[in-house]
Design a protein around this ligand. Structure first.
Ligand code: SF4
Ligand code: SF4
Length: 145
């Protein structure tokens, strides 16, 4: 499957991947409105971790042996047989956060309005994920793993 490969050595910690991810999941594609007018503000499906001069754009890796999948209490997480992505069924998710605790990267986040967990879906309706398309330093690459 295709995955976002992270090149930590060239990430400059600009957070643009996070910005474009938030915009992608907002109700508007206007960046200013997405940040300043929408309430609640959309949730980015990734985060940028920083330690000193090192930064890293972190999101779901759609693990082969996914701990979140095994930990989910309600069967809300499943692997799509076609895309191999780990997906959240909003009808079944109760927002308990067990998947986030089980995930080594802690990437699933709670949508406080819908009370369901959200995470990276690799922008399935785009040719390449928006984080990759907008990284100014080519720190993110969308490629087969
Ligand atoms: S957009 Fe690229 S350079 Fe900027 S924080 Fe994200 S991964 Fe790093
Ligand atoms: S949520 Fe975490 S454990 Fe589950 S597939 Fe993604 S990276 Fe792996």
């Amino acid at each position: 499957m295709k995955q976002v490969i992270i090149k930590d050595k060239v990430c400059i910690g600009c957070h643009l991947c996070e910005v474009y991810c938030l915009q992608k999941h907002a109700g508007t594609q206007d960046l200013v409105k997405a940040y300043k007018k929408e309430s609640p503000r959309a949730i980015p499906r990734l985060r940028v971790d920083e330690s000193g001069v090192v930064s890293l754009s972190v999101r779901c890796q759609h693990c082969v042996d996914a701990p979140c999948l095994r930990a989910c209490l309600t069967g809300a997480l499943s692997r799509d047989p076609v895309t191999s992505l780990i997906e959240v069924d909003e009808e079944r998710c109760i927002g308990c956060g067990t998947c986030a605790l089980a995930c080594p990267l802690g990437v699933p986040r709670l949508d406080n309005v819908k009370k369901v967990m959200v995470k990276c879906d690799l922008c399935q309706d785009e040719e390449i994920p928006v984080c990759v398309a907008n990284c100014p330093n080519e720190a993110l690459v969308y490629a087969d793993i």
